[in-house]
Design a protein around this ligand. Structure first.
Ligand code: F6P
Length: 354
């Protein structure tokens, strides 16, 4: 058997460890031939590939980024590096010309959607879920999430001492435009006083009341963990189009700066915003993710060997499972505002601004 492997969408810690898991199993255990496809689906358009040997797979377990490179190329959309051809048909031809029996796609929600479309065209696909956002439907956890929690928590930890010294309000903006898993976990782990998530529209007056309550109780500082996609109650009431237009006109680089201005206007307390940004996707995968990547990668190669295509390899209750891509594609796993973790966080005094 000859298989191709690609990594698509935003990178995150653990992609190389997953490539290693897939390839070691495929090459060493099953005797398959493996080619690495460069820059995600772009490499299937340009046929930019390299053959992997056992030797190419050393030093990958703890290496951040992706050795194959990635892109946000969406072959089912016209825009991209090539726009004047039928891209899905070209990719189908290229897969046949490269002699690939299956393509293993490592990626986030966009990748799962693309993989599902290729599977529906009859192309043999197995996918592995990856994202720091942990928002892929059908799996308990995605690799990259735990590593990113560590980084975002470190950022909040570092802010704690300086916030206490200066009696300021600090906002740490955590990645996640659509879902708040990373902000929720890093916020709780870092001891944030206020956590704002896309799933729980905030009332700025409640946020300010939570800050004032702390000040009255003699606490000199307040830390907010704010998701990139945090949204006020008023903005959440707008239509998607109206909200997009409002964001396009917004004078602030992100929602955190808008919140910071409102807090300063109403309390007079100095506010600082820290954005760890892409550091949350950088560096080595943590040990939990290394194990997850190794298991998902090995299970993906096994699914290929079984010729059980059209599935995403998920981790459910500690076991690797094959979930049909059709069930995963286009669905987001969001934070339930009424979940136990949020109730418990509220009971220990964390405000969600609602
Ligand atoms: O999906 C992963 C993610 O890191 C999000 O949390 C973030 O909003 C987005 O990607 C950033 O994308 P880009 O790297 O294209 O700026």
């Amino acid at each position: 058997m000859k298989i191709g492997i690609l990594t698509s969408g935003g990178d995150c810690p653990g992609i190389n460890a997953t490539i290693r898991g897939v390839c070691k199993t495929a090459i060493n255990h099953y005797g398959m031939e493996v080619v690495g496809i460069h820059s995600g689906f772009q490499g299937l358009l340009t046929k930019e590939v390299e053959s992997f040997t056992e030797k190419s797979l050393s030093g990958l377990l703890n290496l951040g980024g992706t050795m194959l490179g990635t892109s946000r190329e969406k072959p089912f959309r016209k825009q991209g590096i090539i726009s004047d051809v039928d891209k899905p048909a070209l990719i189908q031809r290229n897969i046949a010309e490269l002699g690939l029996d299956c393509v293993v796609c490592i990626g986030g929600n966009g990748t799962q959607k693309t993989a599902a479309k290729f599977a529906a065209m009859g192309i043999n696909i197995v996918s592995v879920p990856k994202t720091i956002d942990n928002d892929i439907y059908g799996t308990d956890v995605t690799f990259g999430f735990q590593s990113a929690i560590n980084i975002a928590t470190d950022a909040i930890d570092c802010i704690h001492t300086t916030a206490a010294s200066h009696n300021r309000v600090f906002i740490v903006e955590v990645m996640g435009h659509k879902v708040g898993w990373l902000t929720l976990y890093a916020g709780v782990a870092g001891g944030a006083d206020i956590i704002l998530l896309p799933e729980i529209p905030y009332d700025i007056e409640k946020v300010i009341a939570a800050i004032n309550k702390r000040t009255k109780a003699g606490k000199g500082f307040t830390i907010l963990a704010v998701a990139e996609g945090a949204i006020s109650k008023e903005d959440a009431a707008l239509s998607k189009k109206e909200y997009k237009e409002k964001v396009a006109k917004r004078k602030y680089p992100s929602v955190s700066y808008e919140i910071a201005d409102r807090i300063f206007e109403e309390t007079g307390v100095e506010v600082r915003v820290t954005v760890p940004g892409h550091t949350q996707r950088g560096g080595s995968p943590c040990p939990y993710d290394r194990v997850l990547c190794t298991r998902l990668g090995s299970a993906a190669a096994q699914a290929v060997m079984d010729e059980d295509y059209g599935n995403m390899i998920a981790m459910i209750n500690g076991k690797t499972k094959r979930v049909p891509l059709g069930e995963v594609a286009g669905r987001l796993k969001t934070v339930d505002p009424d979940c136990q973790m949020i109730k418990e966080a509220k009971r220990i005094g964390i405000s969600f601004g609602d």
